[in-house]
Ligand binder design. Structure first.
Ligand code: NIG
Length: 377
């Protein structure tokens, strides 16, 4: 089944392709160009001058969780600082939840994101922190999300010895989870894992054939960016507090700086230095960091709007970062772009241009969504 989409008022492809029409064939984009020269298709949909862009690529979420941290959020809004320790609250709830409950939480949030134009989702383990719960988190994540990351090194479980736990993560836990995931991640931060502990986990994961990611520089300057660049990680996520040396290192590397502005707002941190990263030549992605503790939103539009209004990114930069940038952070070239052969993941806005995402902050602008060629909104 092929569908010709016409009447595109503004087409964002993130590629050399352009025009006012495109054809979906099966699960892929088959053609992009001017409607006047479009090949025949089985069906035609006129989007009447609206903007079309790739579906959002959310490259950083933590969706395998149970429980609620509203009280912690309320306390933060009353002035209490965010610390890594809150993760333990979610670990307790997650360990107690049945598989079906966890699966429903992931399904619900992926569906919520899809309704807002997110067609590709990465999610992580990291609220299990023992072998059986990390394995089941990875298995349940894979039922609903597109890319899965092992985050056994999210926090040292309270009461456990850090070095003993690191040995478990890079040994038995990694052996058990590696077949279920593509990526490994560590939370390299004060209160979580230091440089040596983080490196030990990442090196072991790399030996198992996993791609690397790092949570770094979230709560203060630290070694996360340095470690990510040194090991050639695909992405270092948060990047809220960066030295000039970190910015220069990212700019001269292939490691994507993934910024999570909803998290920084929700934890009352500064917003990350997006402009300095872009001006230095670093590759920037934007992601939601949807999780119950530090960033409970699935809205990529909110992240884009914040990046434009408060982080001095242009609308075009922010949209690129939330689509092609997210794809690059996951080392994918088949999503986040519109070109023949790419996944038919499309987001139609109820607006004539992507500028409206920032021009009309907070207004739900998703009009239609195709995911892998299927119209879902
Ligand atoms: O990306 N930084 C570490 N992990 C999550 C927070 C998880 C939580 O607080 O539950 C993050 O913000």
């Amino acid at each position: 089944m092929s569908v010709l989409i016409t009447g595109i008022g503004e087409l964002t492809t993130n590629t050399e392709f352009g025009g006012d029409a495109l054809i979906i064939d099966g699960t892929e984009i088959a053609w992009v160009g001017q409607a006047a020269s479009a090949p025949a298709a089985d069906e035609r949909v006129d989007v009447e001058g609206r903007a079309v862009l790739p579906g959002w690529v959310d490259s950083h979420t933590h969706l395998v969780f149970a429980g609620d941290r509203t009280a912690e959020f309320g306390a933060r809004m009353a002035g209490k600082p965010y610390t890594a320790g809150g993760i333990a609250v979610t670990v307790n709830a997650t360990r107690q939840a049945a598989d079906a409950e966890l699966s429903e939480v992931v399904r619900k949030h992926v569906a919520e994101a899809l309704r807002q134009g997110t067609t590709f989702v990465e999610t992580k383990t990291g609220y299990g922190l023992n072998v059986p719960d990390e394995v089941r988190s990875a298995r349940i994540a894979a039922e609903h999300a597109d890319e899965i990351t092992f985050l056994g090194a999210h926090l040292v479980p309270p009461g456990e010895d850090a070095d003993t736990y690191v040995d478990l993560v890079r040994g038995e836990m990694l052996d058990a989870v590696a077949p279920l995931v593509r990526w490994a991640d560590v939370f390299c931060e004060k209160g979580a894992f230091d440089y040596d502990q983080s490196k030990a986990v990442l090196v072991a994961a790399r030996e198992k054939g996993l791609g690397l990611r790092v949570h770094g520089n979230q709560l203060g300057e630290g070694p996360g960016v340095r470690l990510a660049v040194e090991l050639g990680a695909a992405s270092v996520d948060h990047c809220t507090y960066l030295s000039q040396h970190d910015i220069d290192a990212l700019a001269s590397s292939d490691t994507v700086a993934t910024l999570l502005p909803a998290c920084d707002l929700s934890t009352r941190q500064s917003l990350p230095p997006a402009r300095a990263l872009l001006d230095a030549g670093a590759t920037v992605a934007l992601a939601s960091n949807c999780n119950p503790g530090s960033s409970y939103t699935s809205s990529m539009a909110f992240c884009v709007t914040t990046a434009v209004l408060q982080m001095r990114m242009t609308v075009e930069e922010a949209v690129w970062s939330a689509t092609a940038g997210g794809a690059q952070a996951l080392r994918r070239d088949d999503v986040g772009v519109i070109r023949p052969g790419a996944c038919a993941d499309l987001h139609v806005l109820d607006a004539p241009s992507v500028t409206h995402l920032a021009y009309r902050p907070g207004v739900p602008l998703t009009r239609a969504v195709w995911r892998r060629g299927e119209r879902v909104v």
